[in-house]
Design a binder for this molecule. Structure first.
Ligand code: FE2
Length: 207
């Protein structure tokens, strides 16, 4: 059996984000169309800032094998569409029983999590704070601060990502919005459609 060489990566504060990264991607504002409640505000911003990078990821992915691990760094700029904070697209793992951890480096964020049945949980993320996303939870990170949010993440290499589960239900059950006093609050997503038992079973069983 060929062994993968051990390696170390450094989290950097420059554009590189992670030394020895094997992959990177960026999401611009226009890639996030349909996520935000205020469609009109989004359309206005997209005209002038469509190419602006909202978040980017640098990762180290040794393989996709079961038992291996993918880790990396994600960085999200601060901002809002209407009163709704910038967020990632969000997903459930394609192999839904795979967990993930996020380790806050800089900034102030929250991890918005939703069970397939629609139960919502929100955990705060900041420097030195670790968020554990258990198996089967849909997850999305949100920058609720005034600075860039930087987090380290790690998850089993064969997890995969399923984005459709959020698209099909009209988003996640809650939205994270400005509370008007410098903080955040979770409000009901009025576009949300609860998953049927069949859809829940399918999401949980997918391999
Ligand atoms: Fe994930």
């Amino acid at each position: 059996m060929k062994l993968f060489d051990p390696i170390s990566c450094t989290v950097t504060k420059n554009g590189e984000m992670l030394t020895n990264a094997t992959g990177r991607y960026r999401k611009a504002l226009s890639d996030l169309r349909g996520l935000y409640a205020d469609r009109e505000a989004f359309a206005g911003r997209e005209k002038t800032e469509g190419d602006r990078v909202v978040y980017e990821v640098a990762e180290f992915r040794p393989s996709d094998r079961a038992g291996d691990m993918i880790f990396g760094v994600t960085r999200m700029v601060p901002g809002k569409i209407g009163d709704e904070f910038f967020m990632t697209r969000g997903h459930i793992h394609r192999k839904a029983d795979r967990p993930e951890i996020y380790f806050g480096q800089e900034g102030h964020g929250v991890m918005l999590m939703e069970s397939p049945e629609g139960e919502i949980r929100v955990e705060e993320i900041g420097p030195q704070r670790i968020c554990y996303v258990p198996p089967y939870w849909i997850h999305r990170s949100v920058n609720v601060g005034e600075k860039e949010l930087t987090m380290l993440f790690a998850y089993p290499a064969d997890s995969g990502q399923n984005y459709d589960i959020i698209d099909k239900s009209g988003g996640m059950a809650a939205r994270i919005v400005d509370d008007g006093t410098g903080g955040w609050r979770a409000v009901a997503n009025l576009d949300y459609r609860r998953r049927s038992k069949v859809d829940v079973t399918r999401a949980l069983a997918e391999q």
